[in-house]
Design a protein around this ligand. Structure first.
Ligand code: ZN
Length: 92
C-alpha cells in the first residue's frame, strides 16, 4: 500500500539486493514498495515474474563468478608448473 508520504513526495528507493552488476532490486524505505531494473535499464515494479527472472540472473551471474575464479586458480597452477619446468636442468 502506498503511504501518504509516498503519494506526496514519491517513493524513496534504496537498493535491497544486487542481482548482477547492472540489475538491482530496490525497496521504498517508507512503504516497502519494491522495484527492479528491467532490460532497458529503467525501473519496473518487482512482480513475482521479475523476482523469478532476477533469481535466474543471479544464479547465472554467480556461476560466471565462480568459473572466473576457477580459471584464475588454474592459471596460477600453470604458472607454478612453468616455474618448475624452468628449474629442471637440461641434459643436452
Ligand atoms: Zn513508497
Amino acid at each position: 500500500m502506498k503511504s501518504i508520504y509516498c503519494s506526496f513526495f514519491g517513493h524513496q528507493f534504496k537498493v535491497s539486493k544486487k542481482v548482477t552488476y547492472h540489475v538491482k532490486e530496490y525497496k521504498c524505505t517508507h512503504c516497502s514498495a519494491q522495484m527492479t531494473t528491467n532490460g532497458k535499464g529503467g525501473l519496473t515494479p518487482l512482480t513475482p515474474k521479475f523476482k523469478e527472472i532476477n533469481s535466474v540472473l543471479e544464479r547465472i551471474h554467480n556461476n560466471r563468478m565462480s568459473k572466473k575464479q576457477l580459471i584464475q586458480e588454474r592459471k596460477f597452477v600453470v604458472k607454478k608448473d612453468e616455474q618448475l619446468i624452468s628449474f629442471i636442468p637440461h641434459f643436452s
